[in-house]
Design a protein around this ligand. Structure first.
Ligand code: FRU
Length: 493
């Protein structure tokens, strides 16, 4: 794997033409997605600033232009009218090329409209000459021409009572309240993960530290919490966050997780009282830094998009100098003690043609490179091999056992293996028998929605030319569609 020097990772992009050859090269890759957002060049990680404003959805992503490496991060801007098809708008937040507050990256954050203007809240990742880290919470206004105007001074610097790991501001606006809140991921001096809350009556000024979020029972849960947010969904509060550097049963060697706790939030005492345990948001291999949209018309709903990737791991396209993509948008609801995630209803617009699943002598049928499969399942064991070979062998498998009601996704049959330390399989016990599967296959990803969103498994996959078949056993009724392209490789910086 390529080694990057610090100079290479933090190289400042002066002229878009510098990455044009890279753009041309990676747009030839057979793993470029057809209906998932991906980096224009180089690396994409967290979705940022997901917001409804000016009659369209805005979304930004953490972007390092040069290759599959976490270096100097910009915000890249994309927009959509329907959350189905997306358009590139170009670079948006540019780190300072001197000694400014964000000189080593415009890190993750959120967006919020004030009047007819949109404001971006982000972490200025500053490094001194001796590489000491300082975190600043910064504000920028998005101009009508798409360019941002950064406020000359940050809203505030790092809280001295915590380590410098303080980042990812998310604005929280409570209906009927005069106070706005901002939640920030942080680390205590004892190296435990936590979240800090700031408050203000004015979104642009006067932010003061309100206190550390208390989450009884979660005082020692990972050493840093990234990308926290508190959402109100279906009358319940949900605390979403990414605890780092800890192991969880059934998650292989994975050290970084994206999950949630249901409960109730008391904004007066800044206490989130859990009503149950920590749940992993996604049972697949590649999902992190999920972001819920701000400024939804219905304050009791939530729409989530996550990074289809993980920190500290590498992917087969690293060698092609690009990495990362985003998940499909999902609607969140609460059922019992779980968060339910379903593909947005609008995503049915992606369906192009209904295709027959005529099987060959081996019982396998051809999978289009962009496809949606919907299966109704009758009680009993079900087995699917997806992205298998013509004989229906190998691929990524889904195995449901009626006796235990467990569903298992196993990627060990794929020819291109990667991130082996994360393990080969993921299992989830279901609330009821398996009755429904909805599966979205793009050129290098697979998202499996089980039982109307009771569980989701999201994974990157890198099929070879031979791995484009599927085989199903069990009492199921299947429909399959080819999907229309919804993103375009378009060179706009
Ligand atoms: C999560 C994260 C954030 C940070 C950003 C930097 O993946 O580490 O905490 O703001 O990525 O790109």
């Amino acid at each position: 794997m390529r080694e990057w020097t610090r100079e290479e990772r933090y190289r400042y992009l002066r002229d878009p033409q510098e990455v044009y050859p890279l753009f041309e090269r990676i747009s030839q890759s057979s793993y470029r997605q057809l209906f998932h957002n991906q980096a224009v060049t180089g690396l994409m990680n967290d979705p940022n600033g997901f917001v409804w404003h000016d009659n369209r959805w805005h979304l930004f992503y953490q972007w390092c232009p040069w290759g599959a490496v976490h270096g100097l991060k910009y915000w890249y801007h994309i927009v959509s009218k329907d959350l189905v098809t997306w358009k590139n708008l170009g670079i948006c937040l540019i780190p300072d090329d001197g000694d400014g507050y964000d000189n080593k990256g415009a890190y993750s954050g959120s967006a919020f409209p004030i009047g007819d203007k949109m404001y971006l809240y982000y972490t200025g990742n500053h490094r001194d000459a001796d590489w000491t880290r300082h975190a600043y919470t910064c504000l920028a206004r998005l101009g009508d021409d798409g360019w941002t105007e950064k406020y000359p001074l940050p809203l505030f610097g790092a809280n001295p009572n915590y380590t410098e790991h303080q980042r990812d501001p998310k604005i929280i606006c409570l209906p009927g309240s005069d106070t706005y809140y901002m939640i920030i991921g942080a680390q205590t001096k004892e190296k435990t993960g936590c979240a800090l809350i700031y408050a203000s009556e004015d979104l642009q000024h006067g932010w003061t530290f309100a206190g550390e979020l208390k989450v009884p029972g979660f005082e020692h849960f990972g050493d840093m919490w990234e990308c926290p947010s508190i959402e109100h969904i279906g009358g319940k509060d949900v605390f979403l966050f990414c605890p780092q550097h800890m192991s969880l049963p059934g998650r292989g060697g994975s050290q970084n997780h994206n999950g949630y706790i249901l409960g109730s939030m008391d904004w007066d005492t800044l206490t989130f009282t859990p009503d149950g345990q920590f749940h992993v948001l996604d049972f697949g291999f590649d999902s992190y830094a999920a972001a819920c949209a701000n400024n939804l018309q219905d304050a009791d709903k939530a729409i989530l998009i996550a990074w289809m990737g993980l920190p500290d791991v590498s992917y087969p396209t690293d060698e092609e100098d690009w990495a990362g993509c985003l998940t499909l948008p999902r609607e969140l609801t609460v059922r019992g003690r779980r968060l339910i995630q379903q593909p947005l209803p609008e995503l049915k617009k992606l369906r192009d043609e209904r295709v027959e699943t005529a099987t060959n002598e081996a019982g396998a049928f051809r999978l289009p490179e962009a496809a949606e499969l919907e299966l109704d399942c009758r009680p009993g064991d079900v087995h699917l091999s997806l992205l298998a070979d013509e004989a229906g062998e190998g691929g990524i498998t889904i195995d449901y056992k009626e006796e235990t009601r467990e569903i298992l996704v196993d990627r060990s049959g794929m020819k291109t293996r990667f991130n082996l330390s994360e393990g080969d399989s993921r299992m989830r016990p279901l609330e009821s028998s398996l009755f429904h599967l909805r599966i979205f296959v793009d050129r290098s990803s697979i998202e499996i929605f089980v039982n109307d969103g009771d569980a989701v498994f999201t994974s990157r996959v890198f099929p070879t030319k031979e791995e484009h078949f599927a085989k199903i056993t069990g009492d199921t009724f299947i429909r399959m569609w080819t999907l229309k392209p919804a993103v375009k490789d378009q060179f706009l910086i």
